[in-house]
Design a protein around this ligand. Structure first.
Ligand code: PLP
Length: 345
């Protein structure tokens, strides 16, 4: 569903010479040895962000500094070289300045381009070792417009024999190795009519921690037995989940602006969702990420259990709808906030 656009920016690195001067080139194939480290040993990482054509005609990235820093953290996890975060933002801006006006006309607010910075190790020797050569490239892609899902997402909880991430692993890094191994479970979920897998992680005490949904972060809202409204999402400290820019922004907005809701980052279990549903305390659940933004969940299947959630006519839960509105105002305007980074064209 993507159209790849010319041009791309590339920069190469070797252990001896460091980074080359970045080049702006037409979109085209890469030439790599069949033994390339990234192809053999998954030494690849990437970022995903969007450039938004605002209601005022300006082109904005949303908190791109966070993506650029995350790219460094991901690269570090798989022994790829560091590329300066501020420099990466300069390259992304240069590419957008060159090409965005063609794809996102100023008089078409509400449109966006997807930006995919990627880094791979290009060493051709088959040795399993720290890369000595790497390539950074940035491509832009146009998503065909997708309708927001008016019915809501149906999630299938993962089985215990398939785990996305684990303590000491790399779930917190946007590395290629996190995605390929999830596709069997995702394919099975799709065949059963579900949209995404809800990734659970078995705990030493026999519980099942709720982590993420597909390649998005996951939030649940429930009332406590005392009647307080809590919005809960998995924490970052144990390095199991990705530090999503959307997740972080929703957490911050919820703390600042959502009256009467306490925003909690902590480990939580599937059992707690089931109990909240059984006791009529479950309010809503939603996923959060750049690609599919904020999407409300209408159903969670967990073994034999089917948990249903009510959504409004637009397919939103109450709080997800409010948070989404605030986020869109920052992404496209008119709300002004340092989160919107304006790209000069
Ligand atoms: C990219 C990604 C997210 C969402 O991160 P954003 O910065 O909000 O786009 C969440 N989880 C996983 C596993 C991801 O790969």
């Amino acid at each position: 569903m993507l159209t790849h656009l010319a041009p791309v920016i590339t920069a190469s690195w070797t252990e001896h010479t460091g980074w080359s001067a970045p080049e702006l080139k037409p979109y085209g194939h890469l030439s790599l040895e069949p033994t390339t480290s990234a192809l053999q040993y998954a030494t690849s990482c990437f970022e995903g962000m969007k450039a938004y054509r605002g209601n005022d005609g300006a082109l904005r990235l949303f908190r791109p500094d966070l993506n650029c820093i995350r790219m460094q953290n991901s690269a570090a996890r798989i022994a790829l070289p560091s590329f300066p975060a501020s420099e990466l933002l300069t390259l992304i801006s240069a590419l957008l300045a060159q090409d965005a006006p063609r794809w996102l006309p100023r008089d078409q607010p509400g449109t966006f381009l997807y930006v995919r910075p990627t880094m791979i190790a290009t060493d051709p020797s088959l040795g399993v070792q720290k890369p000595k050569e790497a390539l950074l490239y940035i491509v832009l892609s146009m998503f065909l417009p997708f309708d927001e899902n008016p019915k809501g997402l149906r999630l299938l909880a993962s089985e215990q024999d398939t785990v996305r991430a684990w303590p000491g692993g790399f779930g917190y890094a946007k590395v290629g190795a996190n995605y390929g191994p999830t596709l069997v479970a995702q394919g099975a979920a799709r065949r059963m009519g579900f949209d995404q897998v809800l990734w659970l992680l078995p705990r030493p005490d026999g519980g099942l921690s709720v982590t993420e949904a597909g390649a998005s972060n996951f939030f649940v809202v429930w009332k406590t037995r005392e009647g307080a409204v809590e919005m809960v999402t998995a924490p970052l400290g144990n390095k199991i989940i990705l530090d999503g820019v959307t997740r972080r922004s929703l957490v911050e907005l919820a703390r600042e602006r959502l009256q009467g809701v306490s925003m909690v980052e902590r480990e939580f279990e599937m059992r707690e969702i089931v109990e909240a549903a059984d006791e009529g305390r479950l309010v809503e659940a939603f996923t959060a990420g750049t690609a599919f933004f904020v999407s409300s969940v209408c159903e969670i299947r967990f073994g034999e259990r089917d948990i249903k959630l009510e959504l409004d006519e637009g397919g939103n839960g109450e709080y997800a709808g409010v948070l989404k509105g605030w986020m869109k105002e920052i992404m496209y305007g008119p709300a002004k906030r340092e989160w919107g980074f304006v790209v000069e064209e």
